[in-house]
Design a binder for this molecule. Structure first.
Ligand code: 2BA
Length: 97
């Protein structure tokens, strides 16, 4: 079993949540914020069997190729907004008690 931790932009959160639940995945959604932009984002926890990991990751958004332009002071930096940051970790033990 694996735990997928997926961090997505708040704008994509509803779409991702629907796609995961409609795909039969169990999902926990957390309101989080990024350390760099200090803006809200959404983190999903999805526990699933190893053979379903790729199917869950396919539900995550991809980066839109033209969407740019978050500016951050004091140094102006272009940051690509969108897509997902995904971690997949092994689960040693899983129980519902
Ligand atoms: P933030 O930390 O707010 O980062 C937002 C975006 O700013 C990042 O997008 C990246 O393009 C840029 N960025 C972040 N740290 C930077 C740095 N030290 N120097 C220059 N640019 C930087 P993503 O890479 O797509 O990450 C989106 C969000 O995913 C992040 O929001 C953070 O909440 C999370 N994240 C990404 N990588 C992570 C990691 N290795 N560990 C934990 N969280 C991560």
């Amino acid at each position: 079993m694996k735990l997928i931790i997926a961090i997505v932009n708040n704008d994509d959160s509803s779409t991702v949540q629907s796609a995961l639940t409609e795909g039969g995945f169990f999902v926990t959604k957390l309101a989080t914020s990024g350390g760099f932009l200090k803006k809200g984002n959404t983190t999903f926890f999805v526990g699933t069997n190893d053979d379903k990991v790729d199917g869950a990751i396919e539900k995550e958004p991809t980066v839109p190729p033209t969407e740019m332009g978050e500016f951050f002071t004091p140094i102006m930096v272009d940051v690509l907004v969108g897509g997902a940051t995904v971690f997949v970790v092994d689960v040693d033990r899983f129980e519902k008690i």
